[in-house]
Design a protein around this ligand. Structure first.
Ligand SMILES: [Fe+2]
Length: 198
């Protein structure tokens, strides 16, 4: 793992009980989630809106947990304090977040996190309306992320267990950017997240 990843959360979770792990995770998200995800919502608001969409759609506990934690890579990368050279790069927050959480959560939770960026590339290939509905920023980042998936890439993607969860998560991710939306707080997800720990 690159040295600009903040290892403090993982360190705190490593020797903790299940309850303490969730405490550490939630405290970290509260603390680090106040920076802006985009122009309208903070990182924490984005995570909570994504998880709320999962809950409203009767998603499984594992997919609700994926939704809540899908951008953890952004939190631990601390991109806002990073050198400007980093900002122009794609830091692979999806891989870094999934890898960071892998010691604590099963693959069914971490795979949708790992795949939520390729899922956008997949959906752009299979659904023109999906592509048209993306924000300008998201259309632009698609290019950095590798562009629309080829047929061969889609076939490979479909071989990955839980890839469908990643596609579903991606669509909530795109919707979870509503300014000033009232939503359930982090504590609402305590039991769901705790029961998903491996
Ligand atoms: Fe996101």
């Amino acid at each position: 793992m690159q040295n600009y990843v903040d290892g403090s959360l993982a360190q705190e979770m490593r020797s903790a009980t299940a309850e303490q792990k969730v405490d550490a995770l939630f405290n970290y998200m509260e603390e680090r989630g106040q920076s802006f995800y985009d122009e309208v919502v903070t990182q924490l608001e984005h995570a909570l809106q994504c998880a709320a969409l999962a809950r409203q759609n009767d998603a499984s506990p594992t997919l609700i947990t994926s939704a809540l934690l899908h951008d953890l890579g952004h939190f631990i990368l601390d991109e806002h304090n990073a050198d400007t050279a980093f900002l122009a790069m794609d830091l692979n927050h999806e891989e870094i977040g999934a890898e960071y959480l892998a010691p604590f959560f099963p693959e069914i939770v971490t795979t949708p996190i790992r795949l939520h960026v390729p899922a956008k590339r997949y959906l752009c290939a299979t659904d023109a309306a999906y592509h048209d509905g993306l924000s300008e920023a998201s259309k632009k980042s698609l290019i950095v992320q590798g562009g629309v998936m080829s047929g061969e890439e889609r076939e490979t993607f479909e071989q990955i267990p839980h890839f469908q969860d990643a596609l579903t998560l991606r669509q909530w991710d795109d919707l979870a950017k509503v300014k000033g939306l009232e939503m359930a707080e982090l504590e609402t997800y305590r039991n769901v997240v705790q029961q998903c720990l491996s």
